[in-house]
Write a protein that binds this ligand. Structure first.
Ligand code: DQA
Length: 159
């Protein structure tokens, strides 16, 4: 199973930017913890960060036929990007959206969310631990999908 982790604008500044909101952890530290969990659970994992909307759209499209699931923090593009939303909808993969902060209790403009309606689920407000929760959630989604497929294969063909 392959999971692609997509990180949006300014997340490369974690550990520096607004530590009171996002905490002291750097993106590399978050990714190395995710990598450890992935290795332990036999998951192939790829990390991608970009500050550019079009590059994120390209990366989502590349996941089609390559990845089994996407974990995405679209950062500020969450609130504005119809293009990223359409890309996620187009590839139609199990997708978990992560936000380090609780976007629901911040400024009003962060309550607008273009991405969530095309995601399988959202993890919000747990700090960097949310990425770990997303990995656990992705494992659960994958095992449910596998069980459903096996059930279908075992079911007698309809007459
Ligand atoms: C964020 C929340 C967004 O509103 C913000 O623009 C970010 C980070 C989060 O992880 O809490 O850059 O996605």
């Amino acid at each position: 199973m392959k999971v692609v982790v997509i990180q949006g604008p300014n997340l490369n500044m974690l550990g520096v930017r607004e530590q009171n909101i996002y905490g002291p952890m750097k993106l590399e530290q978050i990714h190395s913890q995710m990598k450890e969990f992935a290795t332990q659970n036999n998951i192939e994992i790829e990390f991608f960060q970009s500050n550019l909307e079009g590059e994120i759209v390209d990366k989502v499209q590349e996941c089609y036929g390559d990845a089994h699931g996407i974990i995405i923090n679209a950062a500020a593009y969450t609130h504005t990007s119809i293009a990223i939303r359409d890309a996620l909808s187009a590839v139609n993969l199990p997708t978990i959206e992560v936000h380090i902060s609780n976007i629901h209790r911040r400024e009003d403009f962060r309550k607008e969310n273009m991405i969530a309606p095309v995601c399988t689920s959202s993890v919000v407000g747990f700090g960097p631990f949310g990425y770990h929760l997303a990995m656990v959630g992705m494992l659960q989604i994958m095992s449910e999908m596998k069980a459903a497929q096996e059930m279908q294969q075992q079911a007698p063909a309809a007459e």
